[in-house]
Structure formats: C-alpha cells, structure tokens
Design a protein around this ligand. Structure first.
Ligand SMILES: *Cc1c(COP(=O)(O)O)cnc(C)c1O
Length: 231
C-alpha cells in the first residue's frame, strides 16, 4: 500500500471513531477537532495525512517541530504545542505555534502572551494533572481556578480552556468520570469569573470515546493515526 493510501485509510478510520462518538452523545460531528499528535513521525508521512484532509498537528519537541514546519511550510496547517514548556523556550513556542496546550504556570502564560509578535493573540490551555503524576506537567483540579482567573487577565493571551492526560482507568465509567472533572471545572470557571472558555483538549488513541462523551472539543491522536512511533 502506498503512503497516500495508508494515510487516507487511517485518517478515515479515526474520523469515523470521532464521528461515532459525537453521534453517541448527540453532539455535532464538527464539535470535535482532530489533532494529529505527530511527534517522531517524518514530515513525509505527515504530509500525506495533510493531503488527505488533516488540518491540525500537535508536536511535543520544539526543535523537531520547527524542522517539520520548515519542510511543510507549503501546506495549510494549524500548529499546536502539546509538550512540556520550558520557560527559556517560550519565545520560540510563541512564534511558532497557534495553540499551546500545556500551560501550568502564570509566568509561562505571561511570557507566551508578551513574546507573541503576531497580530492574533496566542490560544492557551491550562494543563490539568488530575492524578498528580510527577511525570506529567499540569496543576491539580483544586489549584486550577486561581490560575485560570490570573491567566484570563493577561493582555494578549487568549485563554480557551483546559487540557488533560489522565492515566488509564479500569473501565469506561471511571475514564469518563475524570474527563467530567475537566468539563465541570470549565463550567465553574466560566460562571465564577464571567469567562467564555470553550475548549477541552482531552482524549487520545485509547480514550477518545470517553473524552468526547464528556465534552472534549479537541482529541490528540498519535498511534492510531500514524502508527507506532520510532525512537
Ligand atoms: C503522544 C501524545 C498524544 C498521542 O498519544 P497516542 O496514545 O499515541 O494517541 C496525545 N497527547 C500528548 C500530549 C502526547 O504527548
């Protein structure tokens, strides 16, 4: 099978899963954006997915992402930074990405907002760490409202909502319950602070159905789209 056929088939399969999950929870299929989590995948393979209709890519490693952005500059792509943010890299992140999903400190949000020299404000998502895992970035659900209020006040930042990467649960009910916490938090922050946060970045290859059932608006899919990553 050619790379092009492989890409269009894989993309169609994942899109079908997204659409089925939307239908199951009476949501419009356009309510959920598919982001290809393309770390460790070659520009050549990625370009086939873009040709097949994928419009959003999420990258974790800055230098790898910038290299790909150069190679794929002729294609129409929305770039999301979904990796860990080092504060000394914030300027480059602000310059190279439309969305930043892993914000978990006020200082980082301020830097991203002021270092963005583009006409449109940068879209930020606060990363939640519901399981308090040390290997992951993010704030606990308890601390999120304060940070949300503070970041929402920064001029030049466009705070849009939350992102989370929960560990796998035993069953669908438990998996949904953790995603529901993010949805409830977003509703509570909107009400309490008069905000209009509208994005929940949650759901990956293994748990996108549960995330969509709980209101995810962006799923980040790597393995089930591009195949295993090569390290
Ligand atoms: C790698 C990655 C994904 C995709 O994970 P898969 O299980 O391969 O779909 C999603 N989000 C983040 C932040 C990632 O680093």
């Amino acid at each position: 099978m050619s790379n092009s056929d492989y890409a269009s088939q894989k993309l169609a399969l994942v899109q079908a899963r997204v659409h089925a999950a939307c239908k199951a929870s009476y949501r419009e299929r356009g309510a959920v954006k598919l982001i290809g989590a393309s770390k460790k995948q070659s520009s050549e393979i990625i370009s086939k997915f873009i040709d097949s209709g994928l419009r959003d890519l999420g990258e974790n490693y800055l230098q790898e992402a910038i290299d790909k952005q150069c190679k794929l500059a002729h294609l129409q792509i929305n770039w999301h930074f979904i990796g860990h943010i080092q504060s000394n890299k914030s300027k480059q992140i602000a310059e190279h990405f439309d969305w930043v999903h892993g914000v978990d400190r006020l200082k980082i949000a301020k830097r991203l907002a002021t270092q963005n020299d583009r006409p449109t404000p940068i879209n930020l998502l606060i990363q939640l760490n519901p399981d308090q895992e040390e290997s992951k970035s993010g704030v606990t659900i308890d601390r999120a409202p304060d940070l949300c209020q503070q970041i929402a006040e920064i001029e030049g930042a466009n705070l849009r909502g939350f992102m989370m990467i929960p560990r796998a649960r035993q069953n669908q009910g438990q998996q949904r319950a953790v995603f529901a916490q993010a949805r409830e938090l977003l509703e509570a922050c909107n009400q309490r602070y008069g905000l209009s946060l509208d994005q929940l970045s949650m759901g990956m290859s293994g748990d996108l159905e549960a995330a969509i059932a709980e209101g995810s608006t962006m799923v980040r899919v790597g393995t089930d789209l591009f195949g295993q990553r090569e390290y």
